[in-house]
Design a binder for this molecule. Structure first.
Ligand SMILES: Cc1cc2nc3c(=O)[nH]c(=O)nc-3n(C[C@H](O)[C@H](O)[C@H](O)COP(=O)(O)OP(=O)(O)OC[C@H]3O[C@@H](n4cnc5c(N)ncnc54)[C@H](O)[C@@H]3O)c2cc1C
Ligand code: HEM
Length: 484
């Protein structure tokens, strides 16, 4: 972990900040942690001032509640009294006040659309907006059967005219199989681009096309077997999802459309979709960091692209809490060997357990076989920008190392032009260094990879670099690397 002064938490370079857009957490007063907030919401106190009554809120009414001690905010058509939450908001009172008395949906989504406000603020719910803001079309309007014709896809955002050309889908069947074919009309589609889930009788496939999501969402007309396969024909951007019928009967139609079926939506406007994953193993890596292995359900196809993260969701004392984590491989050498566990059903995470934290102790208490909800991948990083790279410098601190795991493996195996990869890895003490011996082995094995550990609180025996990140340290690191 980095040596972070307590008055500024998390530290300016902590991985707990999502760096873009100038976001910053503020130090909260004693007794104003998330756990304290959860306690307050469970205390039975009237947090809306309406004694549990829900009301219809007009725009004029909403506008009146724009002061710190009387602050209402509308998010996705629902109005919350956020005054009691002011002192608990990790982004600070000023940030929350920027949406006071108005529709804060866009602001909220720009900063942290993954935050589970519905659950956190359920005791603050004032009611609905009297006139609902524009919303995705209610799927009940469209109860027609999907009979195999190519439906014209809905583009729910006018801006999408500038986005990718509209995808479409079709389906066909044999005695035993039903194949859904998605024509993305894009060339850079691969297996990471498709996230598919089958739950009860509903089938959902989200295809990420640039910054948009194309959704197939259907209540299937017949039962299918648990597992299915996904194939991608990359050069034409065609995706085939092959479902196995439970009974060999002929289907007259694929099913009924569900919410947002056959629509192309800007990715930022899609909700986070979760599925329950089972904890398969948990291994100590350092004194406070563990390698968690989760198994996806058999009825899910999901591969997290390099550099992206997912959200975990757990219910902690009745409130759903969401936190981001970045998948890693099971070791730094797994790209070079046969996988121990087959077919991408397993996701690994290196997670530091904070004894005084809210989420990680709960995660650590899960037993093998228990479940945690895992979202679709999120993030803006695109590994394709590394394609022609010659020199790659990676800076990591503590668990901020997690995105580097897959980046390193990718760089060393997939970039032919690569000359040098250098990792500068900041930690407090030697005991905090994650996968130290694996990193050293990799540096020994692959001459293109160089490694530098920097410790902020080393023992007197430490002969290597010490201190915190600084311009001097960085320029020395860069200069020496470019010389070699
Ligand atoms: C994009 C992204 C990816 C991430 N990937 C990973 C990953 O792969 N692995 C990983 O381990 N983590 C990762 N994280 C961090 C992770 O999401 C959590 O922040 C982390 O697990 C801490 O969760 P917690 O709820 O247990 O701790 P928290 O409750 O957040 O507490 C953490 C520590 O800070 C202290 N603290 C909390 N609030 C304050 C305050 N106001 N003032 C002073 N001290 C305070 C607590 O006492 C505790 O010691 C990632 C974060 C991001 C943004
Ligand atoms: C609509 C106006 C809002 C704005 C402009 C805003 C802004 C911010 C900012 C700037 C941060 C700091 C992010 C960081 O650096 O990581 C933050 C964090 C946070 N906000 Fe808000 N916020 C808003 C509303 C809300 C609401 C209504 C909730 C309700 C639950 C909320 C919950 C949180 C939480 C839980 C975090 C911590 C996220 C993390 O762990 O990274 N915010 N917010």
């Amino acid at each position: 972990m980095l040596n972070v002064p307590s008055q500024s938490f998390p530290g300016p370079s902590s991985q707990q900040r999502v760096s873009s857009g100038g976001r910053s957490k503020v130090p909260l007063k004693q007794g104003r942690s998330l756990m304290d907030w959860i306690r307050l919401t469970k205390s039975g106190k009237d947090l809306t001032g309406l004694k549990g009554r829900l009301i219809e809120v007009t725009e004029e009414e909403l506008k009146k509640h724009n002061k710190k001690d009387d602050c209402w905010i509308c998010i996705r058509g629902f109005v919350y009294n956020v005054s009691p939450y002011m002192e608990y908001h990790p982004g600070g009172e000023e940030e929350l006040m920027s949406a006071a008395g108005s529709d804060g949906t866009d602001l909220f989504d720009q900063v942290h659309r993954w935050v589970n406000y519905e659950s956190m603020l359920k005791e603050c719910l004032v009611g609905r907006m009297a006139v609902k803001p524009a919303f995705p079309k209610d799927y009940h309007e469209e109860k027609r059967l999907l009979n195999g014709m190519l439906p014209k896809s809905q583009v729910t955002d006018p801006l999408a005219k500038e986005g990718p050309s509209s995808p479409s889908y079709d389906w066909f069947q044999t005695d035993a199989l039903v194949t859904i074919v998605i024509y993305t009309k894009q060339k850079d589609i691969n297996l990471d681009s498709v996230i598919a889930d089958h739950r009860d009788d509903s089938f959902r496939a989200e295809t990420v096309i640039k910054d948009y999501s194309y959704l197939i969402h259907i209540a299937l007309s017949h039962e299918i077997q648990e597992d299915f396969s996904v194939r991608v024909v990359e050069n034409v951007g065609k995706i085939e999802i092959v479902l196995k019928k439970k009974e060999n009967t002929s289907w007259k139609c694929l099913g009924h459309p569900l919410e947002n079926h056959n629509s192309l939506i800007p990715k930022k406007d899609t909700g986070l979709y979760y599925r329950k994953c089972q904890l398969i193993s948990k291994e100590d890596v350092t004194h406070d960091t563990k390698l968690f292995c989760l198994m996806l359900p058999p009825s899910t196809h999901l591969q997290v692209p390099t550099g992206l993260h997912v959200y975990f969701k757990l219910t902690i004392t009745g409130t759903e809490i969401v936190k981001p984590y970045t998948p890693v491989s099971d070791s730094l050498f797994s790209e070079f060997k046969e996988p121990v566990l087959p077919n991408n059903k397993y996701i690994y995470f290196l997670i530091k357990i904070y004894p005084a934290g809210l989420f990680t102790p709960e995660l650590d208490h899960l037993q093998i076989g228990d479940y945690v909800s895992v979202s679709n991948p999120e993030g803006n990083f695109k590994i394709s920008q590394f394609r022609e790279l010659e020199d790659l410098f990676l800076l990591a601190a503590g668990t901020g190392f997690t995105p580097m795991v897959k980046v390193l493996s990718y760089a060393l195996t997939n970039i032919p032009s690569l000359r040098k990869v250098k990792l500068m890895f900041f930690n407090k003490t030697e005991d905090d260094i994650i996968w130290r011996s694996q990193l050293e082995k990799l540096a020994f094995k692959d001459k293109r990879f160089d490694l530098e550990f920097v410790l902020s609180a080393p023992t007197s025996e430490w002969n290597d670099k010490r201190g915190n990140i600084s311009p001097a340290l960085l320029s020395e690191f860069l200069e020496r690397s470019l010389d070699t």
